[in-house]
Ligand binder design. Structure first.
Ligand code: ATP
Length: 294
C-alpha cells in the first residue's frame, strides 16, 4: 500500500500463531493479534498472563518459539539488523516503572535514543529536542536538569514518556503507565496520552490493569487469557461476550464503579464524548489539552 494511501484500519502490528515459553511454562500458544493504525489498544489480562512478554515479543526483546510478528507491515522485528534498526526508530516504549537511567538527568535520558540513532546530531539541537519533549509531556522546563530521584512518581512517568517520544514515533508502547499514580495523576496521564495520540497521530499499545484508563481512552481492548488473545473489541462488544473472566473483570465491583464513573462524566459533559467505545479510526472532536503535571 502506498504511504500516502494508508487506511486507518490497516494493521500496524500483526501477530500470528505466537508461542512463548520459559522452560516448561508455556505463556503463549497460538496467539493472534492485530493493532490498527491510529487506535489506542488496551491490553488486559490477569497477572502473569503474558502481557509484558507479548509486548517484548513485538519489540524484539523476546524471541518467540513460534509464530510471526510483523510491525508496520513491512518488516519482521527479528529480521536483519539494519532493517530492525529502521523499524525500531519508528516506535517508542515506556516500560513498567519508567526505566529511567538513574545517573542521567531527565534531559540526558531523553537524549539516549537520539544519541543511539543519530550520533552525529548537533548537541545543541539535541538539547533543544529534549527541552521540547519535556514541555510536550507536561513537565515544567526546570525538570530537564533534574535526576530521576528528584522527581515524583507522576513526573518519572512523564519523563519516561518524553524519552519514548524522543524520535517522534508512529507507534507507542506503554506498559502499565498509570500503575502507582494517584487517581488524579492517573487521569491526567490518560488525558496526556489521548492528547498526544491525537496530535501526533500515534498508534498506542497500552498494557493496563486500570479500568478507568480503558474506559477513558481505549478505542478497543484485547483480553489475554488461556495463553492467547481470547477477545478484542470495544468495551460494549466485550461486555456482550459470555466469558467468565471478561464478565468478572468488567462487571465485578471495580468494573461497575468504572462504568458508573464514566456515565457520570458523560452526563456532566455537554458535548458528546467520542473517546471510547467507538470504532478505531473514527474521527473525534475531543481536543482537550494534556493534563497538568502531578
Ligand atoms: N525472562 C523470564 N524468564 C522466565 N519467566 C518469565 C520471564 N519473563 C516472564 N516470565 C514469566 O512469564 C509469565 C508472564 O509474565 P508477564 O510479565 O508477561 O505477565 P503480565 O501479564 O505482564 O503480568 P503483570 O500483570 O503481573 O505485570 C509470568 O509467569 C512470568 O513469570
Amino acid at each position: 500500500m502506498a504511504a500516502g494511501n494508508r487506511r486507518r484500519d490497516e494493521a500496524i502490528i500483526k501477530v500470528t500463531g505466537l508461542k512463548n515459553s520459559f522452560g516448561d511454562q508455556v505463556v503463549h500458544e497460538n496467539l493472534d493479534l492485530e493493532v490498527r493504525r491510529g487506535e489506542i489498544l488496551g491490553v488486559v489480562g490477569g497477572s502473569g498472563t503474558g502481557k509484558s512478554v507479548l509486548m517484548r515479543s513485538i519489540i524484539g526483546l523476546q524471541t518467540p518459539d513460534a509464530g510471526t510478528v510483523r510491525v508496520f507491515g513491512d518488516a519482521d522485528t527479528d529480521e536483519e539488523a539494519a532493517e530492525a534498526v529502521k523499524v525500531r526508530k519508528r516506535w517508542g516504549v515506556l516500560f513498567q516503572g519508567g526505566a529511567l537511567f538513574s545517573t542521567l538527568t531527565v534531559a540526558e535520558n531523553i537524549q539516549v535514543p537520539l544519541r543511539e540513532f543519530y550520533p552525529d546530531l548537533d548537541p545543541v539541537l539535541m538539547g533543544q529536542i529534549a527541552a521540547y519533549k519535556v514541555v510536550m509531556t507536561g513537565l515544567p522546563p526546570e525538570a530537564g536538569p533534574k535526576y530521576p530521584s528528584e522527581l515524583s512518581g507522576g513526573m518519572k512517568k512523564r519523563a519516561g514518556l518524553a524519552r519514548a517520544l524522543a524520535l517522534d514515533p508512529e507507534l507507542l508502547f506503554l506498559d502499565e503507565p498509570t500503575a502507582g499514580l494517584d487517581p488524579i495523576g492517573a487521569a491526567a496521564f490518560d488525558e496526556l496520552t489521548r492528547s498526544l495520540q491525537k496530535t501526533m497521530g500515534l498508534t498506542v499499545f497500552l498494557i493496563t490493569h486500570d479500568l478507568d484508563t480503558l474506559y477513558a481512552i481505549c478505542d478497543r481492548v484485547a483480553v489475554l487469557a488461556d495463553k492467547k488473545v481470547i477477545a478484542v473489541g470495544t468495551i460494549p462488544e466485550l461486555l456482550a461476550l459470555d466469558h467468565p473472566w471478561i464478565q468478572e473483570y468488567f462487571n465485578g465491583p471495580r468494573g461497575r464503579a468504572a462504568t458508573a464513573s464514566k456515565e457520570r462524566g458523560e452526563a456532566e459533559t455537554p458535548a458528546p464524548d467520542q473517546t471510547h467505545a467507538r470504532p478505531a479510526g473514527a474521527d473525534t472532536t475531543d481536543d482537550r489539552p494534556a493534563g497538568a503535571v502531578r
